[in-house]
Ligand binder design. Structure first.
Ligand SMILES: Nc1ncnc2c1ncn2[C@@H]1O[C@H](COP(=O)(O)OP(=O)(O)OP(=O)(O)O)[C@@H](O)[C@H]1O
Ligand SMILES: [Mg+2]
Length: 225
């Protein structure tokens, strides 16, 4: 089990002569098994911060350490292994593969990987946990937004990551389904000590995390328990 350390991390996007500083000098330590929320206005850098922590993006400057090792220096292969072993990611826009069924989408991270369990059984189990046992063969286009979100959650958890990074995991769900997904995350955190970092616009949900990070204009304006 390892934690993250962000050291003077900046992210600047440049294109068409426009510079956007999405993340400004963020310093942050996350311990294994933390349960962390990220809040802040639209455009404040929440998704960017999550992508940097999840190594889906690289900082313009500064460094990100995982278990004391600089992940930015990993080779492409090592990075792919790192993500498979350590990270589950739920994207704000789901990113399901449109030509694959719900079951196939959930199984997709396991393709070509050696695992000590039956891949199909495990994927079905995950879909059951998010309440989609009756939609195994549905394509994303045949699912509602909230159902697609739940497939994305099952896919992020199927390989039993040490950290779950979730960009508005309950953003498209009604309050009852949202609550059941949130309690899935808390159970995962408590029983498997899976670290959870989630972005939310729902202050009440954010308050239920052990630590809360507030972003404003790319800066981390506070991080408190
Ligand atoms: N790939 C990119 N290229 C250029 N600018 C980007 C890119 N991704 C993000 N940005 C900019 O970085 C800033 C932070 O974006 P980010 O997506 O992190 O915000 P957010 O807090 O997640 O917002 P929301 O709540 O709307 O999802 C914004 O000004 C955005 O326009
Ligand atoms: Mg976002």
């Amino acid at each position: 089990m390892s934690g993250f350390h962000l050291n003077e991390v900046w992210k600047v996007f440049e294109g068409d002569g426009i510079k956007t500083t999405a993340i400004k000098n963020v310093n942050l330590t996350l311990e294994p098994g933390d349960f962390v929320s990220i809040v802040g206005p639209s455009g404040s850098g929440k998704s960017t911060l999550l992508s940097l922590i999840g190594t889906l993006d690289t900082p313009t400057s500064g460094e990100i350490l995982y278990g004391g090792k600089k992940v930015s220096e990993y080779s492409a292969n090592k990075l792919a292994d790192f993500r498979f072993e350590e990270i589950g990611f739920i994207f704000q826009q789901f990113h399901l593969i449109p030509t694959l069924t719900a079951l196939e989408n959930v199984m997709s991270p396991l393709l070509g990987r050696k695992v000590p369990y039956n891949k199909k059984e495990r994927a079905i189990e995950m879909l059951e946990q998010v309440g989609l046992h009756n939609k195994l063969d549905a394509l994303p286009s045949q699912l509602s937004g909230g159902q697609q979100q739940r497939v994305a959650i099952a896919r992020a958890l199927v390989h039993e990551p040490k950290w779950l990074l979730a960009d508005e995991p309950t953003g498209n769900l009604d309050s009852e389904t949202g609550e059941s997904i949130f309690s899935l995350l808390t159970t995962l955190n408590k029983e498997k000590n899976c670290g959870v970092i989630f972005v939310t616009h729902d202050q009440k949900l954010a308050d239920r995390a052990r630590m809360q990070i507030k972003m404003k204009d790319g800066e981390m304006v506070s991080a408190h328990a």
